[in-house]
Design a binder for this molecule. Structure first.
Ligand code: 5GP
Length: 342
């Protein structure tokens, strides 16, 4: 649908290696034919479902394909351009820095390469503003978490404002947020913004209670926070008291089977409360979607008007980690485009 493509959009929850398109996967496979990787191993097509555990296996396959500086540069540039082509005007990318001893890749070079890709896209005139969040994979424990905070802090000071914060992600059934609290507190105290995956599975209530006291600046998914699905009023109150925006990814949650069907997605619960909700893709490559499609899906599932969808996309500007000057510019872009799109 043309309207959703033309609608200016903000993407705040996109994992780099989950966002790799099938065209880019083709280029990666051509670089590494010996790995014998097929598309069925890197993407979950329409109508297919996987368990969350199987989804995490997919990331392992993609990581095999993306293990050099050249790969990361290509992947990041392709992903940024694809979001721009889809009408995304502001993108916050997140990725877990990886060292690959085989190819000489270090975590620091990993981040530098992504920053380089962002700068190259800017020089090439790609019509999109991009920021970066350093991701902590929870399975790697407290020491690596602290290392990532230091890395993010260094880059926050040296990257001309490209690195703005931290993400906490990775398999929600592994590890406990309690162990990561010191790292997250340190990050907050040095001015890094926090976007944390919370209550993605039902067993995380106690952890979410703890992490919500930080409080984080945004919540990824938050699928099981509210009482209707086994969460608690106390969790909902903490989220509402601090007005913490939720990053909501419908296709990802339905294909990953943490939500039984589109109409049962927790978007409706929070939207009806008037709580800030940001529609996002999560992993547009793995889940075969894009942000236009996610907006269209929300509109058709919950019967929302184009005006309501416009408001959702505009309000997402305020939920971003961009500085005031960038937010102001984006508001201007939305105001200019409104008469011709809506
Ligand atoms: P990368 O950080 O390598 O750029 O992107 C892939 C990684 O993002 C995965 O290995 C995983 O740690 C994280 N990730 C991607 N999608 C999800 C998701 O839906 N839930 C969680 N918890 N983590 C995810």
């Amino acid at each position: 649908n043309n309207f959703y493509r033309q609608l200016p959009k903000v993407e705040l929850h996109a994992h780099l290696n989950g966002s790799v398109s099938s065209e880019t996967i083709d280029k990666l496979i051509a670089r590494k034919p010996h790995l014998n990787i097929q598309h069925s191993m890197t993407a979950i097509r329409s109508g297919q479902r996987r368990t969350l555990d199987e989804c995490f296996q997919v990331f392992k396959v993609i990581h095999q394909l993306v293990d050099t500086e050249e790969d990361i540069l290509m992947v990041a540039k392709d992903v940024i351009k694809e979001f721009a082509d889809d009408g995304v005007k502001y993108l916050e990318l997140r990725s877990t820095p990886r060292a690959e001893p085989k190819t000489g890749l270090t975590k620091k070079r990993y981040v530098e390469t992504i920053i380089g890709a962002i700068q190259q896209c800017k020089q090439e005139g790609v019509d999109i503003e991009v920021r970066f969040l350093v991701a902590i994979d929870r399975r790697n424990g407290s020491e690596v978490a602290m290392e990532m905070v230091k890395l993010a802090e260094d880059f926050m000071l040296s990257s001309d404002g490209v690195v703005v914060g931290l993400d906490l992600s990775g398999d929600p059934t592994v590890g406990h947020g309690r162990d990561l609290l010191p790292a997250l507190q340190k990050a907050k105290s040095c001015g890094l913004k926090l976007a944390l995956h919370l209550s993605e599975v039902s067993s995380q209530a106690e952890e979410s209670e703890l992490l919500l006291d930080l409080p984080p600046d945004r919540i990824g998914h938050g699928t099981f926070l509210h009482p209707e699905v086994g969460g608690t009023c106390s969790l909902v109150e903490k989220v509402r008291k601090n007005n913490i925006p939720l990053e909501l990814c419908l296709t990802s949650n339905v294909k990953g089977q943490t939500v039984p069907s589109y109409d049962k997605h927790h978007f409706l619960y929070w939207y009806n409360l008037g709580h800030p909700c940001v529609i996002c893709t999560d992993d547009k490559g793995v889940f075969c979607t894009d942000l236009s499609q996610e907006y269209q899906l929300v509109a058709s599932t919950f019967d929302l008007s184009r005006e309501a969808m416009w408001d959702l996309s505009q309000k997402a500007i305020g939920c971003s980690f961009a500085p005031q000057s960038v937010k102001k510019r984006l508001e201007q872009t939305w105001a200019e485009l409104r008469p011709q799109v809506l």
